[in-house]
Design a protein around this ligand. Structure first.
Ligand SMILES: CC(C)(COP(=O)(O)OP(=O)(O)OC[C@H]1O[C@@H](n2cnc3c(N)ncnc32)[C@H](O)[C@@H]1OP(=O)(O)O)[C@@H](O)C(=O)NCCC(=O)NCCS
Length: 188
């Protein structure tokens, strides 16, 4: 796959945006940026294809896209939405929640999920979060492998969490330093 670029405000080093100037998507590269109203149709389609139930509604997606606080991010490739990540922050809390992440089926396995996850974590850290947590279906092997690889560790399970009664694993990761990368190896 091509290079993955992050939009202004997402570059860890605080350098100028690689996203400005030539549109990287014109070269088949991936660009990551906050979602806009124009992404809604693609996001709804992606949500329908990626999840059998417990989906984000168009209304919710519109609300998160309108916030423009950088916590609903989309990856674009060739002008098409290739995936999204949604991170929620509660006022007064330093704990972010990775609410959802999905990559278009045809574009999985190329590093886009990991890049979007990293961009979501960076946005959360910039918004003041010291840690991030999430729920994942206990049978979602690809997502669990992604989280495990990137330093998340399991701290709880919830029976019957999903629409079909499936169990959720609750995972978390510290964002402030590298400690979570070391702890992540303990995930069982
Ligand atoms: C989970 C998901 C977001 C991963 O996105 P992706 O772009 O395919 O993932 P990446 O290519 O960035 O892979 C990063 C790592 O994730 C893991 N991974 C991804 N797909 C995997 C698979 N099919 N099997 C096992 N591990 C997998 C691997 O550790 C991989 O690292 P590697 O390539 O070095 O082996 C994607 O499969 C998806 O959208 N699934 C449907 C929606 C979903 O389940 N979302 C999670 C809700 S909690």
């Amino acid at each position: 796959m091509g290079v993955i670029h992050q939009a202004a405000g997402l570059n860890e080093a605080g350098q100028g945006s690689e996203f400005s100037g030539e549109d990287p998507s014109s070269r088949g590269d991936i660009g990551i940026a906050p979602a806009g109203a124009g992404d809604l149709d693609a996001l709804v389609r992606l949500e329908e294809r990626a999840f059998a139930g417990d989906r984000l509604s168009r209304r919710s997606l519109r609300r998160f896209a309108a916030k423009r606080n950088g916590l609903l991010l989309v990856a674009r490739c060739g002008g098409q939405v290739a995936g999204y990540v949604l991170v929620l922050m509660r006022k007064g809390s330093q704990r972010a929640r990775l609410y959802s992440i999905a990559i278009d089926g045809a574009r999985r396995g190329r590093g886009i999920g990991q890049a979007l996850l990293g961009a979501g974590e960076l946005s959360a850290r910039r918004a003041g979060a010291g840690s991030i947590y999430l729920e994942v279906r206990a049978d979602n092997e690809s997502a669990i492998a992604l989280y495990r690889k990137t330093g998340y560790r399991q701290f709880a399970t919830i029976d019957g969490y999903y629409h079909d009664g499936a169990m959720a694993l609750r995972l978390e990761k510290a964002l402030a330093d590298g400690a979570a990368d070391r702890k992540g190896r303990d995930l069982t």
